[in-house]
Write a protein that binds this ligand. Structure first.
Ligand SMILES: Cc1cc2nc3c(=O)[nH]c(=O)nc-3n(C[C@H](O)[C@H](O)[C@H](O)COP(=O)(O)OP(=O)(O)OC[C@H]3O[C@@H](n4cnc5c(N)ncnc54)[C@H](O)[C@@H]3O)c2cc1C
Length: 442
């Protein structure tokens, strides 16, 4: 028996691709989808902040298109940065045109210095995120966007973060592109998502829902509470406080790896201590419905400056107008925080409203129809030296005991919906091959 813990995209994709092999899925919430759930409030549909589909793997794109047959629409990204009271296009490094001349000058001179006077190369495992920024983009871009934006998001000094995750998310430009960007000349698109796909109705929730007809009975409201790894036995508690004990050959866990390791009663002490030292940030997702049409024509906006408490705001009805009522707008705002530091919702809403008014997005006389705060406890994992040192051994030890930890928080990484689906598929294919091999030998 294969037990799958978590019915987010990674767990659903594993079950979907296991086909006829015996498995059971356990989910602690009352519904499937994990972070890809959407919810309705007073005529508005909200995701857990923006959840946009961008693909690098043709087979996963084909699968999602097949699952959501005819329901996806393609959009040309309209992503901007708001700083110095000016909107510039994302990514910052190739779009400084429009900023004050002294800012553009600092960005250009800093970037040129990375080429004419490069820093002595450091081995990748010793290069902090801050050093990566300075080496690749230079002092000006570090000062005017990369450092303030990232410190607002990660809530730690960037010297504490490693740089092994950044290269695909933060494109390194060529000099010609940086100069074109300073002069306002556009001859190509940049970034990992110049276009994206999004469902025309229903929010991103339609994606996990589309897996369900092919996934056999999921036990909802059922939480993994304990694992005896030597005996390969897992204990679950359901909402009625009933306990369920299940033996397994393989356990596929898509829950955050520190939560998994904490629940494994017989793992070595050093693995438990290592998991307890992993760090992450949480995100307040503030969702608003506003009684005015099209408060912005953009898809989303990054805010590097400290006078705005949020690092990003986005506009769901610009992905799909069906996500709100006619004549209104909806928006989401993301504010990261350390996991154990909290701000009361009323205070957050005040701060958000003030920030949005300062940015000219919401007006003083705008009526807020809906205001809702969700706290995404595990949002962004920190790529720090501790993670780099301990994670591979932790995953190996679990695998050795028949536990496959996958998904964004199972592998403790910064990955997308596409990656979660791909990991589930790959693991299911591996487990199926192993089962077939065993059947062949038997
Ligand atoms: C703010 C934010 C914005 C994002 N935007 C995008 C985007 O635009 N595009 C994109 O592609 N990706 C985006 N992502 C990433 C995307 O959400 C994830 O990659 C994907 O949803 C991860 O799926 P998963 O199955 O690995 O994890 P999850 O969705 O976290 O699923 C894990 C499941 O396990 C369940 N669970 C937890 N503990 C237990 C337990 N003890 N017992 C039983 N069940 C349990 C949870 O309830 C959950 O259903 C974003 C992420 C965040 C945080």
């Amino acid at each position: 028996m294969i037990l799958i813990v978590g019915a987010g995209l990674a767990g659903l994709s594993t079950a979907y691709h296991l086909n006829d092999l015996p498995y059971r899925v356990f989910e602690k919430e009352k519904e499937a989808g994990g972070l890809c759930r959407s919810y309705q409030k007073d005529g508005f549909t909200f995701d857990m902040t923006g959840h946009l589909l961008h693909f690098r793997q043709p087979e996963i794109k084909a699968l999602v298109e097949q699952l959501l047959d005819g329901r996806l629409e393609q959009h040309q990204r309209r992503a901007f940065i708001y700083s110095h009271r000016t909107y510039t296009e994302y990514p910052f490094q190739v779009n400084t045109y429009g900023l004050p001349p002294e800012v553009i000058r600092e960005c250009l001179l800093g970037f040129i210095a990375t080429l004419t006077n490069p820093a002595p190369p450091l081995p990748p495992d010793q290069r902090s995120f801050k050093a990566w920024i300075l080496e690749n983009l230079g002092e000006g871009m570090a000062k005017h966007f990369m450092v303030p934006f990232n410190e607002k998001l990660w809530r730690v000094p960037l010297e504490e973060l490693t740089s092994d995750w950044v290269s695909w998310l933060v494109p390194k430009p060529e000099l010609k592109d940086v100069i074109n960007g300073a002069l306002g000349i556009k001859d190509k698109t940049f970034g990992y998502n110049p276009t994206f796909l999004y469902p025309s109705t229903g929010g991103i929730n339609v994606l996990p829902q589309a897996f369900l007809p092919a996934v056999r009975g999921i036990a909802y409201d059922t939480e993994l509470v304990e694992v005896e790894t030597e005996r390969r036995r897992a204990v679950f508690r359901d909402g009625r406080q009933g306990t369920r004990v299940e033996d397994y050959e393989a356990l596929v866990s898509t829950i955050p790896i520190p939560e998994l390791v904490r629940r494994c009663v017989d793992l070595p002490r050093d693995i438990k201590d290592a998991a307890a030292g992993l760090r992450w940030v949480s995100v307040y997702n503030v969702n608003l419905g506003i009684a005015r049409e099209r408060v912005s024509d953009k898809h989303w906006i990054y805010f590097p400056e400290p006078e705005y408490p949020f690092y990003r705001a986005g506009f769901p009805m610009n992905f799909a107008p069906t996500l709100g009522r006619p004549g209104t707008s909806s928006l989401y705002v993301e504010i990261s925080h350390r996991p154990h530091e909290t701000t009361p919702p009323a205070r957050l809403l005040d701060l958000v409203r003030q920030g949005l008014e300062r940015a000219g997005i919401v007006r003083q006389d705008d009526e807020i129809l809906v205001a809702d705060v969700k706290d995404i406890h595990y949002a962004y994992v920190l790529f720090d030296r501790h993670r780099a040192k301990v994670l591979p051994a932790m995953l190996r030890e679990l695998e050795h005991r028949g536990i496959h930890s996958i998904g964004r928080y199972g592998r403790w990484e910064h990955t997308s919906m596409e990656d979660a689906i791909a990991q589930g598929k790959r693991l299911a294919e591996k487990l199926a091959a192993e089962a077939n091999g065993a059947a062949g030998r038997g």
